[in-house]
Write a protein that binds this ligand. Structure first.
Ligand code: TPP
Ligand code: MG
Length: 280
């Protein structure tokens, strides 16, 4: 069970602040990238990586028994890179090389260039299928690692995702957890206006999954959901996390449909850094 002690809570909150600062700084420096898509994932990834949920060791990224995290919404790369730097996979200074020629911090994650990246993603819809491969391999190899996959809510419109959901349920892959970053917006507008997903929990249950919906920015709720997922036997689990696209930067939160895939201009970024605050 994740600690709810005050010092532990404030350690995690400090991490969320640093990650948000890194996301804004790196994308503005790059002049491209997806800050708003990265900001909605911050608490979900903070608990996963820094509250003892994901078993991983930056010193041994190839450990066959490590848990896997696959960022299926690969355009959230600036968020993943901030997490990997914070965890010690590479020096934080390198974050400012995002999208620069020769940098391993490519616009979308490249597993062949950066330790800690489990799958090369960016073409939406594929990550859950890759995660299934890992989850099945664990079963065949008799290993106890768990697989976590994060998708976007617009990404759920991809047919391949539902094929994978069906397969994972039919094969009772209980070592597989889907984290759905349900920030309500996709590239061109609101998911509800384009291709509504509800009733989401019922859909997962119909495919033989367990599902629950949480506030994806509440650190305690996120920790509790990961605990819940780990305890389930015989079924994969979906954590439907209601989040805010651009969370922490009011300009991005206000009109998310205008800011998908757009970095903040320098002046706006300075305001955003002040708004996010913190000492980092
Ligand atoms: C197969 C595919 N089609 C289109 C794109 C272009 N694209 C990148 S991000 C995005 C929107 C994704 O929305 P969502 O899954 O809700 O992610 P969010 O940014 O809201 O977290 C699109 C259409 C892509 N990367 N892959
Ligand atoms: Mg979305």
């Amino acid at each position: 069970m994740a600690s709810t002690q005050t010092h532990e809570r404030s350690r995690l909150e400090d991490i969320t602040t640093r990650l948000r600062l890194d996301i804004v700084r790196s994308t503005t420096e790059a002049g491209s990238g997806h800050p708003s898509s990265s900001l909605s994932m911050v608490e979900l990834l903070t608990v996963l990586y820094f509250d003892g949920v994901l078993r991983h060791d930056p010193g041994r990224p190839d450990d066959p028994d490590r848990d896997r995290f696959i960022l299926s919404k690969g355009h959230g790369a600036p968020g993943l890179y901030s997490v990997l730097a914070e965890a010690g996979y590479f020096p934080p200074e390198e974050l400012l090389t995002l999208r620069k020629l020769g940098s391993p911090l490519e616009g979308h994650p490249n597993m062949n260039r950066l330790a800690g990246v489990e799958a090369s993603t960016g073409s939406l819809g594929q990550g859950l299928s890759i995660g299934i491969g890992h989850a099945l391999a664990a079963r065949l190899d008799g290993r106890s690692y768990r697989v976590y996959v994060m998708t976007g809510d617009g990404e759920m419109e991809e047919g391949q995702v539902w094929e994978a959901v069906m397969f994972a349920g039919n094969h009772a892959l209980d070592n597989l957890t889907l984290i759905l970053d349900h920030n309500a917006y996709q590239q061109t507008g609101a998911v509800d206006d384009i291709e509504p997903l509800e009733p989401l929990e019922d859909k997962f249950r119909a495919f033989h999954w367990e599902a629950r919906t949480i506030d994806g920015h509440d650190l305690d709720a996120v920790a509790e959901a990961y605990d819940w997922a780990r305890r389930i036997e015989g079924k994969p689990q979906a954590i439907i996390a209601r989040t805010v696209k651009g969370k922490g930067v009011s300009l991005l939160e206000k009109e998310p449909w205008k800011w998908h895939g757009k970095p903040l201009p320098k002046e706006e970024a300075d305001k955003a850094l002040a708004e996010i605050g913190g000492a980092a």
